[in-house]
Design a protein around this ligand. Structure first.
Ligand code: ASP
Length: 438
């Protein structure tokens, strides 16, 4: 029999109704043996996530504001879940322990982790699976960095003793002193990936509340098509530009082990979702995987006669940014010109300083600044290998009357980056999407 590692996010474990769905999902496939769970998330948009409530308790405790009533809200949610599921677990000892630790000034990481901890105890009981705590198995160093290999060894050894188990997501502990450490928010995705690697899973199923990734942002494009296959690299490009379904650090462990990730929807379990693999969209030879974009960017263009003959010009330009601690996104170049494309938020109050340094260190003929530029990434493994792909993009934009301010094709194998004026951002995405899909 094969083995699947699966992770359910906050909305999938938010209440008894959702948990009923996850039970059906798990029982539908005996290979779904290792289950990672988040803390209960929002049941409706104005609701609170358990993790947020726990962090609020800690903030109140730190400011000597009574937090007992708020903690009662958390207890009530878990008690309601166990009542809805008809399971007999007494969590009162756990609540007491957490309250005692809160009183004694426990760490923020410890308190943040308790949502997943309680969730996993309940769900293990409901499914009849073993509960395996990740404290002592997912290991961090003193600086909070994951110790990947030590974690993999500890997790594989422990999980080899269990036929089926539920594990809490989001946290582990320091290898040197056992203190609880959490990943950044949304980190149960990372736990799921580590478990998948440790049990050498055939697939890592990540169950959430959307049927995988969409080819474009549904707030911009009406009913965009779902992405069936995507590579880790393509996913990275799209997430960098704002499309997000998975914690960034969740890719590394499974990619290393060659385990595909399948993003699935707990509320629509028959939808195939998106499969993330090494080959991605090569598989079905599609030109376009997806489109994403970000704004605003500022483009600083520097012109200088004979720039191309001036040794060290680019280094000196970038040294200015490095010295001021500013990161840039792109540097398109011409013969006698060079532009740096920087997220406007990075520049904040530094623009004048940057320009003064450029003047002083580069002695340019002219510098121009254009703010309010939007960058669009058109991502697809086939884009740069097929004749006509760029024409399709530029043609769509010209038909829509959109001026291209910047175009960067061919460096990465898998994307074309386009800069347009901010007001053209959404129409440009729609035009490109339609050119590739209609
Ligand atoms: N519960 C944590 C959060 O709200 C971790 C997670 O759900 O992945 O960020």
């Amino acid at each position: 029999m094969g083995v699947k590692a699966i992770k359910f996010g906050g909305s999938s474990v938010a209440d008894g109704i959702q948990l009923g769905k996850i039970k059906d999902i798990i029982e539908a496939d005996p290979e779904r043996r290792f289950v990672v769970v988040s803390a209960p998330g929002k049941r409706f948009s104005a609701d609170s996530k358990i993790t947020d409530l726990l962090l609020m308790c800690k903030a109140q405790a730190d400011s000597n504001i009574p937090y007992e009533q708020l903690f009662q809200v958390i207890e009530d949610r878990y008690n309601a879940i166990s009542l809805q599921l008809g399971i007999d677990v007494d969590l009162s000892g756990e609540y007491e322990e957490i309250l005692k630790n809160l009183n004694e000034g426990c760490s923020k990481d410890y308190i943040a982790s308790r949502g997943e901890y309680l969730s996993a105890i309940l769900i293990a009981e409901y499914l009849g699976y073993d509960f395996v705590d990740t404290c002592g198995l997912i290991l961090f160093d003193g600086k909070g960095r994951l110790l990947s290999e030590e974690t993999n060894d500890a997790l594989s050894e422990e999980l080899s003793k269990h036929e089926r188990a539920v594990l809490p997501g989001f946290y582990g502990s320091r290898a040197d002193n056992g203190e609880i450490r959490v990943f950044s928010r949304g980190g149960s995705d990372v736990t799921g990936a580590l478990v998948a690697r440790a049990v050498n899973a055939d697939i890592y199923e990540n169950w959430t509340d959307v049927s995988g990734l969409l080819m474009a942002d549904p707030r911009i494009v009406k009913d965009p098509l779902p992405i069936e296959y995507i590579s880790y690299l393509e996913l990275r490009e799209l997430s960098y530009m704002g499309a997000s379904v998975l914690h960034e650090d969740a890719v590394f462990p499974v990619r290393l082990a060659g385990i595909p990730i399948n993003i699935r929807n707990t509320n629509a379990p028959d939808d195939p979702g998106t499969i993330i693999t090494t080959e991605g969209s090569y598989r079905d030879d599609k030109l376009l995987s997806g489109i994403a974009g970000k704004q605003p960017f500022t483009v600083i263009s520097i012109y200088k006669n004979m720039m191309n003959k001036e040794v060290g010009f680019v280094r000196r330009t970038l040294a200015v940014l490095e010295d001021l601690g500013i990161s840039f996104d792109h540097i398109p170049t011409g013969i006698d010109s060079l532009s740096v494309v920087i997220e406007s938020a990075e520049l904040e109050d530094h623009l004048d300083e940057v320009l003064a340094e450029f003047e002083q260190r580069l002695h340019p003929d002219e510098i121009s600044v254009v703010s309010d530029i939007a960058m669009i990434a058109v991502v697809g493994a086939g884009l740069n290998r097929k004749i006509g792909a760029a024409t399709k993009i530029t043609g769509a934009l010209s038909d829509a009357g959109i001026n291209i301010r910047m175009l960067n094709q061919g460096i990465s194998e898998i994307n074309v980056i386009i800069g347009v004026d901010s007001p053209d951002f959404e129409p440009a995405i729609r035009a490109i999407y339609e050119a590739f899909t209609l």
